[in-house]
Design a protein around this ligand. Structure first.
Ligand code: CR1
Length: 808
């Protein structure tokens, strides 16, 4: 697409879609004109694909996810369409990056799980797989984070306020969803015994479609997000009776369902509204698939041949019961046949072993929202447990553990068990995690049917996280190995040949320094802290969680601070410690960790004795947009979770892909990253998962580690002294007390190995050529962690899905 054509398109859209004369157009107007022009081109591909997509033999994947975190669309769509340079030319003299930067991102996810879903859509589109991502169009996404006096403050995310150019409302495909009420039995016209559900509320789900274009692929996938609307805007019956406000209230009540994303990451929120959200988007999506299936002239007998449905964690697991309800209650299919179709349709990805994340719903709550589904679940469970009993007669313990209903105390519906029973395949998200899914999480299901268990190690899209975010490095790589690596990441391996090339190393260092300089400017503008771009950028960005151990990083910072204070002539590698991440609003310890980071930052950054050797920064409001500025500037990637706790991690992949070296534990995908890049190019420390388990089993006493290590004791005492809290000795006591008394995440045990490993990092960074060689090798060996590889594995091994056209 030539610059001239784009120029005309921008002018047309400024005129016709935005309605502003060029002379007075603001940057926001220009952003809109460009976005409309890009959307036009995406829509053109979407329409062109219509026939292919709707051919009778095309099977497609529906990716059901309560969260999608795509990031701003404009920059990525320009890149994927291959028109960034021409758009720049078309704008002759205007700043395209400024316009790109104006876009609000759809923050419809918490962290890794939602971002993974977005990476998979990018790869599905790029690889020409027929796919739809189904989710919720939250009016308010994940809160914006600001920092006041060191504390996190949550601000409502009003992402829709400026309007959203990328979505198209499709009222004609709206679906009605029932909620609450009771069930009745009746006999149908053939004399068969049937059940009907009389709800006490109905809401309408209206889909908003965002087409996602693949990288240079001519192909699109759809992100279809459901928004809740009142069944009728005004209930005129009430209105006529004079209950005007009652009618409006009902409307507000219905629209609540898609109002706000629950801001918990790996923490169950057992609220009625959350269950309603889950059911709402699942019911709309299943009905949408049934509609498409029938429209394409197929019968529901073939539903599983037309659709495979991936459950992104247990949030959409109610889909198992909903498909059964549709097939049995609405379409009068015999139970056995419906169950066979259901089992062939679903597969389930587990994303966490954290017990507090495993979803379960109190039975009374579940029954009051979904009375018919509860009955269906009882029946699924009865048949399933009968089977189990024949295989393991008399093993009541096993039966209790496998049951979808937890009856050990207060009764619950276990969503993971429902997902397991209703799926043909379950997978974990990294090799280690998938093993733990078998041995720790679902050992009884594994005994029952080991073939059902698979692993698909996560991946990330190199388009957004290298091509778009790191243009400097992209150009440098292009210059050596050509540009086809963005769609074939294994080709990065050709960079190995240049790892020792001094000229290439210098270019590599120059690009890194440019990226760090840019980030330093952002840090100064957003926090006022001045950091030195030539210092080692040590970065930990991710949700704040005790198992991710941001506070272990802080213990290291205080250790260095203490050493510098004790020895005024100490020479260490100057470092900038950068943190970013949100804490769940109700997670006290995580919020206190943010306060601790900011308090240590305040003290350390201002102390002249530190001689600027270390700087500590907490960059507020970590999101996809900010992440894109941070990854390219990282020297060191902190992946320091307690072994066995991080299912995979994906930030670890993005940082490594941008040339950061990792300091990390043998956890999640770190294990495979280390295997790929080579142990000599990875800073490993800490307990393994088995060692951690043994330590806990033997009666772990964290206090012993502290007392046996004077430096560690000094660090804890310094926190407790009030030095970082204006004399308040109690402020951080919940953290230090927990570390000394319980230390669930084994910081005390891992402290010394971590600090020693950091010393190796310090030394290694002084040899810049060697460091740069390691950095190049990290990038060269990241091929495995492309989401293209992951999506192909899902397609080949789980979905049995074929791309539209054979790949070139
Ligand atoms: C895991 O904690 C993983 C992502 C994506 C998260 C993280 O290690 O990379 O999923 N889990 O698979 C999660 O959000 C609800 O669970």
């Amino acid at each position: 697409m030539s610059p001239e054509i784009l120029k005309a398109a921008f002018a047309d859209n400024l005129n016709f879609a935005v309605g502003r004369p060029a002379e007075i157009a603001t940057p926001e107007d220009w952003y809109q004109a460009i976005a409309f022009s890009v959307r036009d081109r995406i829509m053109h591909r979407w329409v062109r694909q219509f026939e292919k997509r709707n051919a009778p033999d095309v099977r497609q994947v529906a990716y059901l996810s309560a969260e999608f975190l795509p990031g701003p669309h404009l920059g990525n769509s320009l890149l994927n369409l291959g028109i960034t340079d021409n758009a720049r030319k078309a704008l002759a003299g205007q700043d395209l990056d400024l316009y790109i930067g104006l876009e609000e991102e759809p923050g419809l996810g918490n962290g890794g799980l939602g971002r993974l879903a977005a990476c998979y859509l990018d790869s599905l589109a790029t690889l020409c797989y027929p796919a739809t991502g189904y989710g919720i169009r939250y009016e308010f996404g994940i809160f914006d984070q600001s920092i006041k006096d060191g504390w996190q403050v949550e601000v409502t995310d009003k992402w829709l306020l400026p309007g959203n150019i990328w979505e198209i409302k499709r009222p004609n495909f709206a679906q009605v969803v029932k909620i609450g009420g009771h069930t009745e039995t009746y006999t149908d016209e053939h004399g068969a015994f049937r059940v009907r559900w009389i709800p006490d509320r109905v809401v309408v789900g209206v889909p908003y479609d965002t087409p996602i274009v693949g990288y240079l692929s001519d192909s699109c996938v759809l992100l279809r997000l459901w928004s809740a609307e009142a069944a009728q805007s005004f209930d005129f019956a009430d209105f006529n009776r004079g209950d005007y406000y009652g009618a409006v209230e009902e409307k507000v009540f219905s629209e609540n369902i898609s109002k706000v994303l629950y801001p918990n990451d790996e923490q169950l929120e057992g609220k009625r509204l959350r269950l309603e959200q889950q059911y709402f988007f699942v019911a709309c999506s299943i009905k949408d698939m049934i509609r498409l299936c029938l429209r394409r002239g197929s019968t529901l007998e073939r539903f599983h041949e037309m659709f495979c449905v991936q459950l992104n964690d247990t949030h959409p697991a109610i889909a198992v019961a909903e498909l059964m309800r549709q097939l049995v209650d609405k379409y009068a299919m015999p139970w056995e046949r419906a169950w066979d179709i259901t089992r062939r349709t679903f597969s389930y990805t587990n994303h966490t072993l954290m017990p507090e994340a495993l979803e379960k719903w109190p039975l009374p709550l579940f029954g009051s929202v979904l009375p018919r589904h509860l009955e269906i679940i009882y029946e699924i469970n009865r048949r399933f447990l009968d089977e189990v009993r024949t295989r393991f007669p008399g093993d009541e313990g096993k039966i209790a553990r496998l049951s979808i209903i937890d009856e050990s105390g207060e009764k619950y519906v276990r969503m993971a068990n429902l997902a397991m029973v209703g799926s043909h395949t379950v997978n974990g998200v990294a090799a280690l995690h998938s093993e733990l899914v078998k041995t720790q999480l679902f050992p009884d299901f594994h005994d029952l049917d080991p073939k059902r268990f698979q692993n698909v190690t996560n991946g990330v899209t190199p388009r957004r996280f290298l091509g778009l975010s790191n243009p400097g490095l992209t150009r440098l790589i292009d210059g050596r190995i050509g540009d086809s690596w963005l769609s074939n990441l294994d080709r990065l391996r050709e960079l190995e040949a240049f790892a020792g090339d001094v000229g290439f190393q210098q270019d590599w260092m120059r690009v890194k320094l440019e990226n760090k300089t840019r980030l330093a400017r952002i840090i100064r503008d957003r926090t006022g802290v001045v950091v030195d771009p030539s210092s080692l950028f040590d970065i930990q960005v991710k949700r704040i969680h005790e198992y991710k151990r941001q506070h272990l990083n802080v213990l290291h910072i205080i250790t260095l601070y203490q050493r510098i204070k004790h020895d005024p002539r100490l020479q260490i590698t100057p470092r900038t410690f950068l943190f970013g991440g949100k804490a769940a609003p109700g997670y006290f310890m995580a919020k206190l960790i943010i306060k601790l980071i900011n308090s240590v930052a305040e003290t350390v950054n201002q102390d002249p004795a530190v001689r600027d050797l270390i700087k500590v920064v907490f960059l507020p409001d970590y999101n996809v947009k900010h992440a894109q500025n941070i990854y390219p500037a990282a020297d060191l990637s902190e992946q320091i979770s307690t072994a066995g706790k991080e299912a995979s991690g994906t930030g670890n992949m993005k940082l490594s892909l941008n040339g950061a070296l990792t300091i990390g534990t043998l956890d999640g995908a770190n294990v495979e990253i280390r295997e790929e890049v080579g142990a000599e190019n990875f800073f490993l420390f800490g307990l393994t998962c088995e060692q951690a388990a043994r330590l806990r089993a033997g009666g772990y006493n964290p206090g012993d580690y502290c007392h046996g290590d004077p430096e560690l004791r000094g660090v804890i005492e310094l926190i407790d002294s009030g030095l970082f809290s204006h004399g308040d000795r109690d402020l951080f006591r919940p953290i230090t007390a927990h570390l000394l008394e319980r230390d669930d995440y084994l910081l005390m045990a891992d402290y010394r190995p971590y600090v020693n490993c950091q010393q190796e990092v310090d030394h290694a960074y002084r040899d810049r050529h060697h460091w740069t060689r390691m950095s190049i090798l990290n990038v060269a060996r990241m091929g495995k962690f492309s989401s293209d590889r992951a999506v192909r594995e899902y397609a080949d091994n789980i979905w049995k899905l074929k791309p539209f056209a054979p790949e070139a």
